[in-house]
Write a protein that binds this ligand. Structure first.
Ligand SMILES: O=P(O)(O)OC[C@H]1O[C@](O)(COP(=O)(O)O)[C@@H](O)[C@@H]1O
Ligand SMILES: [Mg+2]
Ligand SMILES: [Mg+2]
Length: 335
């Protein structure tokens, strides 16, 4: 691959964050190249062990993690925290920034040629890794994801707006498509892993029951459902055409706080969603106000168009007899 800059000179990126984002952008485009070669690069979906959190690690998880850690080493990043590592790693003791990263998101999709991605979050570095990362998400300086799909794209925010970039394969450079993406509020699509229905809480079941009841139900509207099992791909669809994502807590052992991790999955996605004027909660509380208890802490996650997310919150406020009722007897909500 060429050694050109990942971003053109005029890209709207704050100077203090540019070296770190340039390193992330370069690794992402190299990964995109390897992912596009698929089996020609070897068995990227081969299991290689378990990560700190007990999840199965694939070869590409480790390749991506090592590539990002190596590239970020020469920048102003002091702490590197990754899904694939038990503890934050001290990179540059003089550095003022900290990077939290899900190097490869959606890794169950590697061999299926479905979109996967990288999610990242930049913060101000503090003395220790714990002091740095166990803080509310609204303190993030920047967040973003790269989606390795039919097109390679980067969604990037510094808090106020959401930038949409595309990797131009001709120049190998990320080009800004839209400086301020906003989420469509009118979509009637929701995304949830419905195989867990029997394990959900009553408010989540009631909410989904009412979506599935369609035009004949209390929402008086037909909904459509999607589940890709790749958080970046679900997020991208919602940013492009609206909708709602839910990965709630459920009754399975280990899923008391859902599946997704706060520091390097939910907090960065929540920053992007809010920058696009959407909403992101744990079902009731704003994700960006929550403080993770540990680096790999999980949280229930609900995000998307603001009105849809508020609707889910309202189901949690219903009295027990209302969420226990059959949808035909639950008349409080209309789409
Ligand atoms: O297989 P499930 O339970 O539906 O979970 C799917 C979720 O898990 C994830 O793949 C977790 O991310 P990793 O691949 O980084 O572990 C998300 O991308 C996705 O939303
Ligand atoms: Mg992930
Ligand atoms: Mg991952």
């Amino acid at each position: 691959m060429t050694d050109t800059q990942a971003f053109p000179a005029g890209a709207p990126i704050p100077a203090a964050l540019r070296p770190a984002l340039e390193a992330i952008g370069r690794v992402a485009r190299d990964l995109a190249h390897r992912i596009a070669r698929g089996p020609l690069e070897g068995q990227m979906h081969a299991p290689v062990g378990d990560n700190a959190d007990g999840d199965a690690q694939k070869a590409l998880d480790v390749i991506a993690d090592e590539a990002f850690a190596e590239a970020i080493r020469g920048t102003d990043v002091r702490w590197y925290a990754s899904e694939e590592r038990t503890e934050p790693v001290l990179l540059n003791p003089e550095g003022t920034l900290a990077l939290a990263i899900d190097p490869l998101d959606g890794s169950s999709n590697i061999e299926t040629n479905v979109s996967i991605g990288t999610i990242f979050s930049l913060r101000a570095a503090r003395e220790t890794g714990a002091e740095t990362f166990l803080r509310p998400g609204h303190e993030q300086l920047a967040a973003g994801y790269v989606i390795y799909g039919p097109q390679v794209m980067l969604m990037l925010s510094f808090g106020a707006t959401l930038q949409h970039h595309i990797l131009d394969p001709e120049t190998n450079t990320f080009i800004l498509l839209d400086p301020a993406v906003t989420i469509d509020g009118g979509s009637t699509e929701f995304a949830i892993n419905a195989s867990n229905y029997r394990h959900w809480s009553k408010p989540i079941r009631a909410y989904i029951d009412d979506c599935l009841a369609g035009a004949e139900g209390p929402r008086a509207c037909n909904f459509n459902m999607r589940w890709i099992a790749s958080l970046v791909a679900e997020t991208h669809r919602i940013l492009m055409r609206g909708g709602l994502f839910l990965y709630p807590s459920d009754a399975r052992p280990g899923y008391e706080a859902g599946r997704l991790r706060m520091v390097y999955e939910c907090a960065p996605i929540a920053l992007l969603i809010e920058a696009a004027q959407g909403r992101a909660t744990d079902g009731t509380t704003r994700i960006l106000d929550l403080i993770p208890q540990s680096l790999h802490a999980r949280t229930p996650f609900v995000f998307g168009s603001a009105g849809k997310v508020d609707h889910v919150t309202a189901y949690h406020d219903l009295p027990d007899q209302e969420v226990s009722a059959l949808f035909g007897n639950r008349g409080l909500f209309r789409a």
